[in-house]
Design a protein around this ligand. Sequence first.
Ligand code: URA
Length: 433
Amino acid sequence: MQMADLLNRKKAGLALTASEIEYFVAGFTAGSIPDYQASALLMAICLRGMTDEEAAILTDCMARSGDMLDLSAVDGVTADKHSTGGVGDKTTLIVAPLCAAAGLKIAKMSGRGLGHTGGTVDKLESIPGFRVTLSNEAFFEQVNRVGVSVIGQTGNLAPADKKIYALRDATQTVDSIALIAASIMSKKLAAGARNLVLDVKCGSGAFMQTQEDAQHLARLMVEIGKRCGRRVTAVITDMDTPLGTHIGNALEVTEALEILQNRGDKDLRVLCLALSAQLLKSGLGLSDDKAMQKAEQILKSGAAYKKFLEMVEAQGGDAELLRRNPDFLHAKCSRTVPAPRDGYIVHMQTRVVGESAQLLGAGRAKKDDAIDYAAGLVLHKKTGNLCRAGEPLVTLYAADAARLDEGEARFLSALEFGDVPPQKKPLILGKVE
Ligand code: URA
């Protein structure tokens, strides 16, 4: 087999065979297929697309390019969630303990963030003492005993994805829906859980800007999951305004603790319940209504809150500190920014709000940048809210005044004011089951 044949077939818009896809993934991962040929194939895929079957085969080959986590040491029904990423997304901190309190086993490997704030692992590391590195034995033991563990990615999970993603990044081929779906799902297949809920975000703070693209991506990932023997459902959700009110690592843990104690932002609560109910439905075989009732009952009873603290304690974190003081980490400097005028917030460029958090110190611009766990912002007003000039709009947290200045200017540039309220968009835009 030769790369030239694959390139010609894809250039002509034909489907690649399973053995051709295997040849490409194995050869490129091993280094025998050079970057220039791989780049040409990725561009041809970008322009010509892939069938569902090709995308599923590509995903499976990428998953098998490294370690496949064997969760057979976990007793019970394994479940995982994935979000395509957005601003203020702390849902894992709520959904994982909630589903564990309902009896599912959540053995979750999560990433660090590059961009506006850290990833789930960075958020958890903001808790004093919390360990995100566990041996496989300790990880499985905790999942069996507590029901949930969230750790950083270990081992050699989907190395083909790492190599292909780096090339896509350099060749403007990131935005192929087939390649995005294969990239995300290869890591999820390798991570081993049988049940998976995907939160596919769409809007100005998301990877997918339109609902149509989000729907395509969700449908394809669910289809790939099915073809690869996993139960996958997807929820398509709005990311045209940040999720919840807190953006930043420790700040997001604080907000998650509020929801876990049955208080806090209504939209964030609704989304966490919807994602949890999807997992309870597929993992426990419940109807939609029963799954939602169970999720609500667990949240209201405080069982999810207790489970979160149990997980924190099991991973060495100071659960007692969180119990005593949910607002557990304070930045050196803060500033409350007043609304510049009377009017409704008609739009927040959510990605720009995220950039403001990064300038405050909450995120990384480069892989090795340090994060300031206490940095970030708390929104007092969001899209649709009426503001009076001078009313508190947002409180910014950072290590120094220069960062506050930068964060403030970027934050204000994200806002659009108007005299009439914008049309309210639903938070949950669709589901794919
Ligand atoms: N996230 C991923 O993991 N891969 C992509 O290609 C895009 C987003």
